[in-house]
Design a protein around this ligand. Structure first.
Ligand code: FES
Ligand SMILES: [Fe+2]
Length: 461
């Protein structure tokens, strides 16, 4: 039905598209009410002005909950990881054996300001400064001031503990907040996200791929590109044979968050041939463990056929969480965790992307790409997760973080295409002729994000 009508389509911005028109009000695929964020155009200075970057530092990054990393990366007491945000650095450490025994501290020595740790990950009972070897225990208490007798007592009688950073956990993520008294607790901040995403059981998942890179663009220039699929027909057109880039469900959630439900294993309505089981669909069938040459149906029947095949298989392997719906076996559920994380979620796991500002350059950002999966011994993750053949997905080994330069391949085909695009957009934003973004309703998640950012920058949050 929807495909025949593509030429005459009329989008109703309040009703939106629905990925499953039969979904009830409580169903996971329910349509959330439209949020009217107006039609203001975003000032391009937001993407390069150092004054805006400073305000973001003072009013956003130092006040909001941020995904610092994964609890599964620090499974044992004494394990820690480092999380850098802007000009700050935080150590996140496991201090005991209970799931809640994770604490966070500023990564700075109270003697003369040296960083305490330099590596991304580590393990130990203490943090020892490399400069004059002051030492702290993993609970943050001071263990040693070297040659203590040479300090006048008033300088050190407080036995300075490491400065704590607020932290909390959800879904296997460790969040930190640099604000000592955050306006919202983590639970309030996340709103309905934990309930919506509970069936995926994120907390059981492990990191199987971890890449870090730096791109010459503002963090928002890149993030914006991952909050919409409007550019897919133009930049990533080779996925149109098996991906519906138009009929998607865009839902705006609390606190600037949002989601986008997208059909895989479906031909885009922009493709003329809607009948033939094309090579892309054949690839999807084969990837799901089916015989593409033995498939007797039409292109329009592939998605449901894959779902019928995959659900029991995933159930048998214990990878199908209670409360998932059949469409999730094929589809991509893309969520945005304000202010800087996107997740592309499938029953097997998700693609994690995080966008962090370069503290020295508003036109640079640190880009983290991770694949986080339910551990499996043999089965390979779906091809669209971008995990290289031969990757250990058992959870027994945590892959090294790979650092790649901008422009080097390694992120996966689609993201490599974005890596060429985003810095060029960044250049265009400087043009005197460009007066600000005009967002379509396909880009409503961008507007929702920027409105929430406005509230932070105005000091309302
Ligand atoms: S700066 Fe850390 S011990 Fe001196
Ligand atoms: Fe893209």
């Amino acid at each position: 039905m929807k495909l025949e009508n593509f030429a005459q389509r009329r989008y109703d911005h309040e009703a939106g598209w629905r990925i499953n028109p039969d979904a009830g009000d409580d169903a996971p695929e329910r349509k959330f009410p439209y949020v009217d964020n107006g039609t203001d155009r975003i000032d391009p200075a937001r993407y390069h002005d150092p004054g805006v970057a400073r305000r973001e530092w003072e009013r956003l990054w130092t006040r909001v909950w941020l995904v610092a990393g994964r609890a599964s990366d620090i499974p044992n007491r004494g394990d820690w990881f480092k999380f850098d945000i802007g000009k700050e650095s935080v150590i996140v450490v496991r201090t005991g054996t209970e799931p809640g025994d994770i604490r966070a501290f500023y990564n700075v020595c109270h003697h003369r300001g040296n960083r305490l740790v330099m590596a991304d990950f580590g393990h130990g009972e203490h943090f020892t400064c490399a400069f004059h070897s002051w030492q702290w225990n993993i609970d943050g208490s001071l263990n040693r001031i070297t040659d203590r007798d040479t300090f006048r007592d008033e300088l050190i009688r407080d036995d300075p503990p490491l400065a704590p950073v607020r932290c909390g956990q959800w879904g296997g993520f460790v969040f930190v907040n640099l604000d000592p008294a955050p306006a919202q607790g983590l639970t309030e901040f996340l709103g309905s996200l934990p309930a919506q995403l509970a069936p995926f059981r994120f907390e059981d998942m492990v990191v199987v791929k971890d890449v870090q890179t730096w791109w010459p663009a503002n963090w928002k220039t890149a993030l914006d590109a991952f909050l919409e699929s409007y550019h897919v027909h133009s930049i990533h057109s080779e996925i149109l044979p098996f991906y519906d880039d138009y009929y998607q469900q865009w839902d705006l959630l609390e606190n600037g968050m949002s989601r986008m439900l997208m059909e895989f294993a479906t031909v885009s309505p922009r493709v003329a041939d809607q009948e033939t089981v094309n090579d892309g669909l054949k690839m999807m069938l084969a990837d799901a463990g089916m015989d593409p040459d033995g498939f007797a149906g039409t292109a329009g029947e592939v998605r449901k056929a894959i779902q019928r095949h995959k659900v029991p298989a995933l159930k048998a392997e214990g990878r199908w969480g209670d409360g998932l719906v059949e469409n999730q076996a094929t589809d991509d559920w893309a969520y945005f965790i304000f202010p800087n994380v996107t997740l592309n979620i499938h029953p097997e796991g998700f693609l994690f992307q995080r966008f962090r500002p370069d503290p020295k350059d508003p036109e640079g950002f640190v880009y983290d790409v991770q694949v986080i999966l339910h551990p499996v011994e043999k089965a390979a993750p779906p091809v669209y997760m971008g995990v290289e053949d031969g990757t250990d997905c058992s959870g027994r080994t945590r892959p090294e973080r790979r650092h790649i330069r901008h422009g080097e391949p390694g992120l996966g085909f689609v993201l490599d295409q974005d890596s060429m695009l985003v810095p060029v957009v960044q250049q265009g934003l400087h043009s005197r002729a460009f007066r600000g973004m005009r967002f379509s309703e396909q880009e409503q998640r961008l507007r929702h994000f920027h409105k929430e950012l406005d509230r932070y920058l105005a000091g309302e949050k």
